[in-house]
Write a protein of this length. Structure first.
Length: 615
């Protein structure tokens, strides 16, 4: 006997049914019956108007998916809705990958997102109470799953009456012998026995034709480019096409591949380009092969610079599209009550002379550190559990280690601690924090291309004074040594980023923040009818979450050279605020035509089969 399923709704009705014919006896699994009923529903549930709709319906009834798709493509305003209908029938027939490919043809990202959401909802739908007793409960995934297994059904007598009644009421009710027709149906030990003389095809639930893989391969090839890991001085990534590819994979039950998660190896964002004629919003910059390096970072094989990551892009895009003021960042600050205790200790200690020797100095420093205690980590504007949140915190913390000389500087940078020499300022409060540092954002006159110039990151400084109860009060300025350190850190940032990749990770976050702010403030999505429906929906793209950092040990540096001790307590953080770069007349119009030329040379192919990245 052969396990079969039906291709289309009408092919059920072409069956000649009789018991006992040996040439064509088939066992129909219970889940196939559920799919068949759903096919009838999908074809007939929503009335459609026009010749294209009727043609699509006819092709679906005959199980002809290719012609149905071709007819839907010609349906004008009804195109996306009919493609969604075709995908529904394909899905109910078990062709999940083919259905996902059809969903990928839907142009409106909102309609596509709705269709994908429907697929995902079906995967977690509750079991069908009638089919559950046959081991095909209909929940837990496309094509069923869940319910009793073979061992369960062997141990009990299944009630076939509900399923038989379902078949007789759904498929040409007048054709069954109960109503005087020629068809017959009866119970069978392994399920339901139906004898037919019509043409039937077996539906394969796992797509093995290679069509989905072919789609993925096409998404990695365009023009002369043949390999996503090949180095490129200027790679272009279409966010609109990438979103669609992710939705297609998700609908077929697959996750984004490595190339998608690493944004095709992009290392910086130098351009943001928009193409209304092809519906693309594009990020462009240098790219190349990547590898996983120390500390788990994913970096360029060629230069060690961290690559941009899809998770970070999604987190920042969601923030930029949801927030009126797209500000986010972090701070690491000592607790006021601990600062007050430290100040009291220093006041009392000043009344007596510190014993000579390095051991006494070290003990004194350790006492200060214990008094300062843990510092509070605050991440604002974004979820602290995201990778973006963790990058902000780590960059801030390690910047302070460099400032105190606990991590070696790079270039000609001298740590703030070393710049103090033998001076003993006591408990000196300084504040250092990272902000954006772009020279300019240029745009073409038609605002179709934007060029980002500048290093991206700078360090700023300020002195603070203590008030009552350990409150720190900003002075609005920095002393000479404090300011000198911040400026030197900024000047030596490229060398620091090469030595400590966390700073390059911060640079990537700043690039993404500025690009996302441009997309939002310039309404680039509106220009291409893109609403980020797939990337903004957490059910369609999950951002990985870790533990949120909350507290960190204070770091105190002491000098044990006979000149006394130097103790420095540092606060600060990271502040990402793109307002001053993208608002009003801040964006400069490019005077030459080079930016327009770069945009024209980066133009994507119009075909929908073109990939989501190209060189």
């Amino acid at each position: 006997m052969t396990l079969v399923n039906w291709v289309g709704g009408v092919s059920w009705t072409r069956c000649v049914r009789s018991i006992g014919v040996q040439s064509l006896t088939v066992v129909v699994v219970a889940v196939a019956l559920a799919r068949g009923a759903a096919i009838q529903t999908a074809i007939g549930a929503e009335p459609v108007q026009g010749d294209s709709a009727a043609t699509v319906r006819a092709h679906l009834a005959a199980g002809e998916f290719g012609p149905a798709i071709a007819a839907a493509e010609q349906a004008g305003a009804d195109r996306d809705r009919l493609l969604r209908q075709v995908a529904g029938v394909q899905r109910e027939n078990g062709a999940a990958d083919a259905a996902a490919a059809t969903l990928g043809r839907i142009r409106d990202d909102r309609a596509r997102a709705g269709a994908v959401a429907e697929v995902l909802a079906q995967r977690i739908a509750p079991q069908n109470p009638v089919l559950a007793q046959f081991g095909g409960g209909g929940g837990g995934g496309i094509g069923g799953g869940g319910g009793a297994g073979a061992a369960d059904t062997d141990s009990q007598t299944a009630d076939f009456e509900p399923i038989i009644e379902l078949i007789q009421k759904t498929i040409e009710p007048a054709s069954w012998d109960a109503e005087g027709g020629p068809g017959a149906i009866q119970q069978f030990a392994a399920g339901v026995l139906v004898d037919t003389s019509g043409v039937m095809k077996r539906i394969v639930t796992d797509e093995t034709s290679g069509k989905l893989e072919a789609i993925r391969q096409k998404a990695a090839i365009r023009g002369a480019n043949v390999e996503v890991r090949k180095a490129s001085p200027m790679r272009k990534v279409s966010l609109t096409r990438l979103e669609k590819e992710i939705q297609v994979l998700r609908a077929a039950g697959h996750e984004p591949d490595n190339a998608m998660r690493m944004l095709a190896g992009l290392q910086r964002i130098e351009y943001v380009l928009v193409y209304p004629e092809t519906g693309d919003v594009v990020l462009a910059g240098p790219a190349g092969d990547w590898r996983r390096a120390a500390e788990g970072r994913v970096v360029s094989v060629d230069n060690g610079h961290p690559v941009l990551q899809l998770d970070d892009l999604v987190v920042i895009l969601r923030h930029a599209s949801a927030a009126k003021q797209a500000r986010f960042g972090c701070s690491i600050d000592p607790l006021p009550e601990n600062i007050a205790k430290t100040q009291e200790f220093l006041t009392e200690s000043a009344k007596r002379k510190l014993p000579p020797g390095a051991a006494a100095v070290k003990q004194y420093a350790e006492t200060i550190r214990s008094k300062v205690g843990l510092q509070k980590i605050d991440v604002f504007g974004i979820d602290p559990r995201t990778r973006v949140g963790r990058v902000l915190v780590e960059a801030d913390y390690r910047m302070k280690l460099v400032g105190l000389g606990l991590e070696a500087p790079a270039g000609d940078l001298q740590s703030y601690f070393d710049s103090l020499g033998g001076k003993n300022p006591g408990l000196k409060l300084v504040r250092w924090w990272f902000t954006l540092n772009y020279d300019a954002v240029q745009a073409t006159p038609d605002r179709a291309a934007f060029a980002i110039h500048g290093q991206g990151v700078q360090l700023q400084s300020e002195n603070e004074v203590l008030a009552a109860q350990g409150r720190r009060v900003a002075t609005g300025g920095a002393d000479e040594m404090n300011e000198r350190f911040a400026k030197s850190f900024t000047k030596n940032f490229p060398a620091l980023a090469a030595k400590y990749p966390i700073y390059a990770e911060l640079q990537n976050v700043f690039d993404l923040a500025l690009a996302a702010s441009l997309i939002s403030s310039e309404k680039l999505g509106d220009k291409v009818n893109w609403h980020m429906s797939g990337l903004r929906d957490d059910s369609q793209y999950h951002v990985a979450l870790g533990s949120a950092p909350q507290m960190v040990e204070s770091v105190v540096r002491h000098r044990a050279d006979g000149k006394g001790s130097v103790l420095v307590q540092v606060s600060g953080g990271v502040k990402v605020d793109t307002t001053q770069l993208v608002s009003g007349d801040k964006i400069k119009t490019a005077e030459s035509g080079s930016l327009s030329t770069s945009r024209d040379q980066s133009r994507p192919a119009k075909t929908e089969a073109a990939g989501w990245w190209w060189d």
